[in-house]
Write a protein that binds this ligand. Structure first.
Ligand code: NAD
Length: 296
């Protein structure tokens, strides 16, 4: 079976690597965290002593790291760049959410060495990573996309080819900017209804079935007590952190500036999430923006 090196075994990467191992791939895993390595071992992965040890000889290398600087350092200009040891013809899948420019630069560095590199950020959160139902949004050539598909299908349900290198990151930024706007609007509307005597559950159902219906109302209601399993019911613990949403909105703002695409709504959402984080809520789920609107 194909050997897959998996670098970055955090909230997302850990369960993604576990699913590959469960599907029968030989997964050689590496993370800077000893705890993450121990968990990967429990899930059937072979633990490597370094990222280079994990990646050499692997036909597929997957990375799931926090941000662009980590990805660039790992592959190109860190102390022990992986592009020095990965064999020509191997496929690198970076599923981290990073800026499109870094994704394109790392892909160009890979091409010089005869390595295929695609950006393949995901949507679907930790639950999707665990269940193997992530959405992958891929940037790269059609041939690279087809090469990656069998591996991505083990970890995800919907696999999209967004376009050339960097297009996956652009599409991901567009999606998360829209999500931030929809969540802010949903919080705003529910709060106004409640302040005018409406029951939040009744109002949510009305809007869900009307023209204001959206993903936040359908599966992620931000008002505590309206929806089972939503982070709002658990004090906004877990889920998708405010600080990660802010990171994604900053990436969207970069793209808007580089392309002169006007994003007044995205910009307002970025300001709201930045304030929410400054108020000490960076480590709460992003739907905790609800509390920003409520009377204190
Ligand atoms: P995380 O912080 O839980 O995991 C990142 C892991 O990378 C950590 O375990 C860290 O030790 C490891 N790491 C960092 N640098 C490393 C290096 N040089 N070598 C080896 N390991 C290294 O983050 P996460 O929630 O798993 O998110 C990963 C990426 O996925 C981010 O870009 C995030 O924006 C994106 N994402 C997250 C979610 C979510 O719901 N958490 C959803 C979609 C996308």
């Amino acid at each position: 079976m194909t050997t897959i090196a998996f670098i970055g075994l955090g909230n997302m990467g850990g369960p993604m690597a576990a699913n590959l191992s469960k599907a029968g791939f030989d997964v050689r895993a590496f993370d800077l965290s000893v705890q993450a390595l121990a968990t990967a071992k429990e899930h059937g992965c072979e633990v490597a002593a370094s990222a280079q040890d994990a990646a050499k000889d692997a036909r597929v290398v997957i990375s799931m790291l926090p941000a662009g600087q980590h990805v660039r350092a790992l592959f190109v200009d860190g102390e022990a760049p992986l592009f020095d040891v990965i064999a020509p013809g191997a496929l690198v899948i970076d599923s981290s959410t990073i800026d499109a420019e870094t994704a394109r630069k790392v892909a160009a560095a890979a091409e010089e060495k005869g390595i295929d590199f695609i950006d393949a950020p995901v949507s679907g959160g930790v639950g999707g990573a665990q269940a193997g139902t992530l959405t992958f949004i891929v940037g790269g050539t059609s041939a690279q996309f087809e090469k990656a598909r069998p591996v991505l299908e083990v970890m995800g349900k919907n696999i999209f080819h967004a376009g050339e290198s960097g297009a996956g990151q652009v599409a991901k930024a567009c999606n998360n900017m829209l999500l931030a706007i929809l969540m802010a609007g949903t919080c705003e509307a529910i709060n106004m209804g409640v302040k005018n005597g409406l029951d939040p559950a009744v109002l949510s159902e009305i809007m869900k079935q009307s023209s204001g219906g959206n993903w936040a109302l359908n599966v992620y209601n931000p008002y505590p007590g309206v929806m089972e399993n939503a982070p709002a019911l658990k004090g906004y613990q877990g889920g998708f952190l405010t600080e990660l949403m802010l990171k994604d909105l900053n990436l969207a703002m970069d793209i808007s500036q580089q392309s002169a695409a006007p994003v007044p709504m995205g910009s307002a959402a970025r300001a709201l999430y930045a304030l929410h984080k400054a108020n000490g809520h960076g480590r709460l789920d992003f739907s905790s923006l609800m509390t920003f609107y409520q009377d204190k």
